[in-house]
Design a protein around this ligand. Sequence first.
Ligand SMILES: [Zn+2]
Ligand SMILES: [Zn+2]
Length: 332
Amino acid sequence: MGFWMLLIYLVITFSILFILLCISPHGSGPIAATSRVFFVHIPNWSYSLTIKLLGVEGTARFKYYAMYIFTEPNPFFQMVYLALSIGGYTIYYIYGFPYIPNPYVQEFHIYIGSFLYFIALLTFISASIVSPCIIDKQNLKYHLELFPYDNILYKPSDCSACKIQKPARSKHCSICKFCIGKQDHHCIWINQCVGYSNYKYFLAFILSHSLICFYAGQVGIMILIYIIQNDKLLSVVFIDKLGNEVKGSWIVIFQYMLQRLPSFVFVIILCLIMGLTLGGFFVYHLFMAGQNVTSNERIKMMKLEDNGKNRVNVYNLGFWKNINEVLDAVEF
Ligand SMILES: [Zn+2]
Ligand SMILES: [Zn+2]
């Protein structure tokens, strides 16, 4: 039962990730149509629902704040991250740590888990504060020489906002309001772009969070198993709301644990979901970095392919050299 649930969950998660990250909503066929559900239909349905719930004026105000959160530099999602992250650790500290050590989880897991969490926090801070690579008049020459124009995705042109020549692989970010070197995407969680200089910190950020979420999820499950074994919940008879006697099956025990330790069980499930999602996201970014393609270029290439055109990636130096380029990037 558990294995099949996990398999179904894995298939659904990676299918959604694949559709969101790799399939253009502009194409034809059933997968592009599914992509349109996420990028076109769900936003349209959400808009109609908001009009019904908040009215026209309320929707306009809601839209204004939503636009501000998503289109202006602001720390909203960094605060959300910190609340989730510190809150999650605190819940482990209060509800999980008192059950350690036990026959399934030795004491050192408290220290390794806390250390990994600290590392994950550091990667979040690094990815948030290391500049993505803002191009200005002082470093423009360096960036113009860094990558050649491929004359397909990048041709010599000026940025009308920054009033400078746009180096190949750079993109003007409408949120950061600067041209960013080797721009990958604007990340709301770190409140800035992911670009040439901070890409390695971004990779460390998603990798460390995938690992700590998996680790915490596994430790959490082992703690729950210990409680189930220690309290002999599998042989206990439960009384439901109607007063009927119910034998301790896994479903019944799960419902019981959800009532006994709701926040702890919720955080364990969240950790497992985030561990898988971020792990998939890391593998996707490693694959892209290995090919020396940015997320921005990936989108542009999909549009080219939709129009039946192909492009040779002149920036691809081979897997290890590409990875080395990411790790060796100078900070600006
Ligand atoms: Zn610009
Ligand atoms: Zn940006």
